[in-house]
Write a protein of this length. Structure first.
Length: 150
């Protein structure tokens, strides 16, 4: 997993509308790149809605937000429309960005081990350098964790 002080990969991928999203698009601003397992699941919806509902505060503090999962652009488009999300969702179906950030690994649910996306949030400074990594994401308070340095 990327650590504080690491340079973030520039290319994040294509968003739900097919637009290329790069870290360098946000040069001079702080960028929140958060990785989540699956569109329209309870925890992922809570996390996305936390970002949406706190976007004014995030923007006022100088942050832009990009969500990333391995779901398709079609799935992202539906999710974004249904939840009225106000930030891009990168469709990393090949998992290149997920792997580059180190947000892929072994998980455990109901005693079963499997590989999947590790819910994690990376705060990247205006120069493309990771300044914070949040691995214990509280999905209902995801934006507050960023704003309050939790």
């Amino acid at each position: 997993m990327l650590q504080v002080g690491d340079k973030a990969p520039d290319l994040l991928g294509l968003d739900e509308a097919g637009n290329e999203v790069r870290v360098s698009d946000y040069a001079g601003r702080k960028l929140v790149v958060y990785f989540y397992p699956k569109d329209s699941t309870p925890g992922c919806t809570a996390e996305a809605c936390s970002m949406r509902d706190n976007m004014d505060g995030l923007r006022a503090a100088g942050y832009a937000v990009v969500g990333v999962s391995a779901d398709s652009a079609v799935s992202h488009s539906r999710f974004k429309e249904k939840q009225r999300l106000n930030f891009p969702l990168v469709a990393d179906t090949g998992k290149e960005t997920i792997m580059a950030f180190g947000a892929w690994g072994e998980k455990k649910m109901a005693g079963r081990l499997y590989m999947g996306i590790i819910r994690s949030t990376f705060v990247i400074d205006g120069n493309g350098v990771v300044e914070r990594v949040i691995t214990k994401v509280d999905t209902k308070r995801a934006a507050e964790q960023i704003l309050n340095n939790d």
